[in-house]
Design a binder for this molecule. Structure first.
Ligand code: ADP
Ligand code: MG
Length: 572
């Protein structure tokens, strides 16, 4: 039971989809199933045939075409193709010099490809085999099965495809393939196993915070389970293991950063940078860094690194043109890949406000509250948004504390600078606007701003937030806490408002924020989840309420004890 695969003939249906997407390149044969390149290079003397279990796409089928493979035999998911598929594909694809079979080292594949080779030989078609066995985690000396074949297959198929286009003979291709394999090693890690196509559950389970090191591409567990290290450490460790396993050879290397199915392009490209740094630091010359999902393990969350030491002429084979469904980034890095040093960070300098203990005390109090409730706010944003709210808020506050420590300026001005310049998300810069207006009425010394001044600042902040984000009261945003606060501060008719205006304002903010639970969001990301948001208070509004609680705590400590505790306000 895979999530979205057709129940009948998933592999054939996907093959047809590939041909539909690339009609000039790929055709599908059935009974038995194999795919063929429609327009192989005219200079080819040898047909290149590969295949294996499905679930590793774009492996094999993505490389069909000029500069790549002539025929591919896909098996069922994670199952070897039948020898008849391989035999008939090979008969169809054989050139005047015969056919080369590229086989990943798994028992079922090896047996079926060998049977097909026997039959081809028997039928008078010259045949040779290249066995790919790059996975160093299966390097146990006592193993009769040998190392598994994994992502180096892409490198082997690409380089052999280019050599075949140049008219190489069967013997030359077989020898070249064997050499490429000997100079390639891979290692894979996973943070989450792939979804089992039969049960719909992860093929194995890993505790949070751990990784399996040395996983296979069919959900085979790693050789070790390790604590999840920071990614740069992980890349360093994998690079060490790869270089230990690789035979000595040229300093030029090709590096594939292969996603195992559910690892994002963002992650793979970042890993590419880290790997490049590791290789340069060891005196190697990375000729190409190739990030992408090339050999998947269905939807496993993980990646593998493959290094190939490039002998003379191999870089040209890598950069040779291809016309295949998979577009490999097959350019080489410039020899002088001087990465320009990062531009010095531009900081907007602010005039240092006179030391304002009141503002600083508000900042410290708010920082303490945010630390206490950060996880609660994140949980709420997980329910209605993307789950980054608590972290963004806490990060901004931390930065403000650092700024205020550095220059001793006003705490609210530091909040404004931190949130306007450095906090992302929707709410960060909106909070920045509010802080900016509050900072403008933050008096020097430890006295409080006047009620009128604060009322004016909150009203101006509210107007700015409305101008920028368009939210009105009732839209279920931070405006629903800010608007009643502005109203309470402006109201001088009630005795409480006069006696303890900040406590009264904080009460209004808390009431407004909690009331958002009954609203259907009409702005921001929460508006996408519709009725799912009903019953959940808006985290932005709660954060506004907590800001006014902090102001009341600092300036009206006696009456602020009436206010509910921050942990209670954000409990859901
Ligand atoms: P995102 O992750 O969606 O970019 P954040 O997690 O930083 O946003 O902030 C979410 C909060 O932003 C919401 O709780 C809400 O209070 C506030 N928000 C969203 N849209 C608006 C808007 N148009 N005006 C005012 N506040 C908004
Ligand atoms: Mg968010």
């Amino acid at each position: 039971m895979s999530y979205f695969l057709p129940e009948t003939d998933p592999v054939l249906t996907a093959a047809r989809g590939l041909a539909l997407a690339h009609p000039g390149m790929v055709e599908v044969h059935t009974g038995p199933l194999y795919l063929r390149a429609r327009a192989p290079h005219p200079d080819r003397r040898v047909g290149l045939v590969s295949g294996g279990g499905s679930g590793h796409e774009p492996l094999h089928t993505g490389l069909l075409g000029r500069g790549g493979l002539d025929a591919v035999c896909p098996g069922e998911i994670f199952a070897s193709p039948h020898n008849r598929q391989i035999y008939e594909a090979s008969v169809a694809a054989a050139g005047p010099d015969g056919v080369l079979l590229i086989v990943k080292n798994y028992t079922g594949d090896v047996i079926n490809f060998q049977i097909a080779a026997e039959r081809l030989r028997h039928g008078g078609i010259p045949v040779a085999t290249v066995l790919v066995d790059d996975d160093l985690s299966t390097d146990a000396a006592d193993s009769a099965t040998g190392r598994r074949g994994t992502a180096a297959t892409v490198v082997v198929e690409k380089l052999l495809g280019a050599a075949a286009d140049r008219g190489a003979s069967l013997e030359e291709l077989a020898a070249l393939g064997t050499e490429i394999v000997a100079r390639s090693r891979s290692i894979a890690v996973a943070a989450r196993a792939q979804t089992s196509p039969t049960t719909g559950n992860p093929a194995f389970t890993l505790n949070p915070g751990t990784l399996d090191y040395g996983v296979g591409i069919h959900g085979e567990r790693g050789t070790r389970t390790i604590a999840h290290p920071p990614i740069d450490e992980l890349v360093r460790r994998m690079t060490d293991d790869l270089l230990d396993a690789l035979p000595a050879g040229p300093a030029e290397v090709l590096a594939v950063v292969n996603g195992l199915g559910a690892t994002t392009s963002l992650e793979l490209h970042a890993i590419g940078t880290l790997l490049n740094e590791q290789l340069l630091a060891r005196g190697l010359r990375p000729v190409a860094i190739v990030p992408g999902t090339y050999t998947a393990a269905l939807d496993m969350s993980g990646f593998s690194l493959t290094l190939t030491r490039l002998e003379e002429g191999w870089a040209e084979l890598w950069t040779a043109p291809t016309e295949t469904p998979l577009v490999l980034p097959n350019l080489t890095l410039a020899a002088d890949q001087d990465i320009p040093p990062a531009a010095p960070r531009q900081t907007v300098t602010r005039a240092v406000a006179p030391r304002a203990e009141g503002g600083r005390a508000v900042l410290d109090r708010f920082a303490l509250i945010v630390t206490q409730v950060r996880d609660n706010l994140t949980r709420l944003d997980q329910l209605v948004g993307d789950g980054d709210f608590g972290d963004n808020l806490a990060g901004g506050v931390r930065r403000a504390v650092k700024l205020a420590d550095e220059d001793g300026g006003d705490g609210l001005a530091a909040l404004a600078e931190a949130f306007l310049n450095d906090v992302g998300g929707t709410s960060g810069p909106l909070f920045g606007l509010l802080f900016q207006h509050l900072a403008s009425v933050s008096p020097a010394g430890d006295e409080a701003p006047s009620r009128e001044a604060l009322a004016g600042a909150v009203a101006a902040g509210l107007a700015a937030v409305h101008r920028v984000g368009g939210a009105n009261p009732g839209d279920c945003t931070l405006v629903d806490a800010l608007a009643p606060t502005a109203e309470a501060l402006a109201d001088t008719t009630r005795e409480e408002s006069v006696e303890a205006p900040f406590t009264e304002a904080a009460q209004a903010a808390v009431r407004g924020a909690l009331a958002t639970a009954s609203l259907r969001p009409r702005r921001g990301r929460a508006s996408y989840v519709g009725d799912h948001a009903i019953g959940v208070p808006d985290p932005g509004a709660l954060a506004v309420a907590l800001l006014f609680v902090a102001i009341a705590d600092v300036h009206e400590p006696a009456t602020a004890t009436r206010l509910p505790a921050p942990g209670y306000i954000t409990l859901h």
